[in-house]
Ligand binder design. Structure first.
Ligand code: NAI
Length: 278
């Protein structure tokens, strides 16, 4: 089984790592060589931590040996599955799938790790809607067990079965849902994060208190503002915009503070500052 991953950011490098840990031959690409280098460094750090804890069955070097790092999409021609994990932008993703359709043989199933963009729209752009599906991993991929498997309008049973089995081979728990805005995970999670940001804006409480109330009171492992920083505020805004556009209701309106922080370049952990400094 040859497993392709496009986008070597926090999600793509994690997906590639877990696929390699599961013994698949992996090709990982990104449009920037710096991102590819950062992705590789992140995988090395994660693999050595897992090895220290005795959670790897092969050495980090052996696992990395399964991964080809490339910027050449031609390497994906004979992939059985290509998972896309690039920037959360519908136009950019659709363009990538149109290009991939001309490169990857008809055997190849396409999956998107999108947090919120309609799977059916990307499936149409790919020209192979029956062999297209959402494969939504959680962050950090090596530690989180859920994969939300999202069927587009024309996804075939065979594609759904293949992707479900592949997720299981990666040690994950796949759970199925249909293609509506935000799917299940972000339809429920993101309005909570947005409301927490609105509480900061309105001065309901300070950020530490908001996070503490949700951690201690609701038993959440981390507060919503810490989680927003971890996900990336640009990604949070993109998801809220999809929910607002797709579902229409005012309750999905992105908080003006979220919008302002993204405009200021405060994207959370990945930019060094969001609600907290890193
Ligand atoms: P990121 O910003 O860390 O990485 C995105 C990578 O894609 C960058 O390395 C960038 O250079 C690359 N890229 C952008 N356009 C490209 C193109 N046209 N061709 C090739 N590479 C390209 O973003 P992250 O957080 O890894 O998110 C990626 C996807 O995963 C998004 O769709 C996001 O919504 C989704 N996701 C994110 C989660 C999170 O917690 N951050 C959780 C689950 C899904």
């Amino acid at each position: 089984m040859k497993f392709g991953v496009i986008g070597a950011g926090q999600m793509g490098s994690g997906i590639a790592q877990v696929a390699a840990q599961s013994g698949f031959d992996v090709v990982l690409s990104d449009m920037s060589s710096e991102s590819l280098g950062r992705g590789r460094a992140g995988m090395e750090a994660s693999l050595s931590k897992l090895a220290e804890k005795g959670k790897l069955s092969a050495s980090p070097a052996e696992v990395l040996g399964h991964v080809t790092f490339t910027s050449d999409l031609a390497e994906f021609a004979d992939c059985d599955l290509v998972v896309e994990a690039i920037v959360e932008n519908e136009g950019v993703k659709a363009q990538l799938f149109r290009e991939l359709a001309t490169i990857v043989g008809p055997q190849g199933i396409f999956a998107s790790n999108t947090s919120s963009i309609p799977i059916t729209a990307l499936a149409t752009a790919s020209g192979r809607p029956d062999r297209f599906i959402g494969m939504h991993f959680m962050n950090p991929v090596p530690l989180m067990t859920l994969v939300e498997v999202i069927r587009g309008y024309q996804t075939s049973d065979e594609t759904a079965r293949f992707v479900t089995e592949t997720a299981e081979k990666m040690g994950k728990t796949p759970l199925a849902c249909n293609d509506y805005p935000g799917f299940v995970s972000n339809r429920i999670l993101m309005p909570m994060i947005n409301e927490a940001i609105q509480c900061v804006m309105e001065g309901v409480a300070d950020k530490e208190a908001i996070d503490g109330i949700m951690r201690l009171g609701m038993n959440h492992p981390m507060g919503p503002l810490t989680l927003a920083d971890f996900i990336g505020l640009d990604t949070c805004l993109a998801i809220m915009e999809v929910l607002h556009r797709g579902l229409g209701d005012d309750k999905y309106r992105p908080s003006p503070l979220l919008r302002k922080m993204v405009q200021a370049g405060l994207l959370g952990r990945k930019s060094g500052e969001g609600f907290y400094r890193y």
